[in-house]
Design a protein around this ligand. Structure first.
Ligand code: 5GP
Ligand code: ZN
Length: 113
């Protein structure tokens, strides 16, 4: 097991209830929410950057986007949502495991993370 927080959450080593899970992704609540609804959609495969993706990884991330869209009404995101993927230092990526922020439940200024 590597030292990655999200890999440890996936393995159950760090507790964080999964609001959704399948064989390739899971969704948790962000521990420090920046909106009324703030989820993290996380692939089970560990990689940091979109640039690291194989062709199959990019298809898997496409399926993640579809799953987020399908789940949105049941996640309290009937009013819409914002997706954000921080990549690298300038936007302030803190966890080196790709994740999609899913924000909503309120009107949002831009940028507001
Ligand atoms: P980044 O800044 O890398 O785009 O986003 C990382 C996110 O992970 C942050 O919004 C942070 O609040 C969240 N986070 C960090 N550690 C944990 C944790 O242990 N549990 C949960 N649920 N979220 C975490
Ligand atoms: Zn990881």
């Amino acid at each position: 097991m590597n030292d990655c927080i999200f890999c440890k959450i996936n393995a159950g080593i760090i507790p964080s209830p999964k609001v959704y899970e399948d064989d390739e992704m899971f969704i948790i609540n962000d521990i420090d929410p920046k909106a009324i609804k703030h989820y993290l959609a996380i692939p089970k495969k560990h990689f940091k950057y979109l640039a690291d993706m194989t062709e199959e990884d990019s298809k898997m991330v496409g399926r993640m986007l579809k799953k987020i869209a399908d789940l949105a009404p049941s996640l309290g995101l009937e009013g819409g949502y914002r997706l954000c993927v921080n990549q690298g230092d300038d936007p302030g990526q803190t966890v080196p495991h790709l994740h999609i922020h899913v924000l909503g439940g309120q009107k949002m200024d831009f940028p507001k993370l």
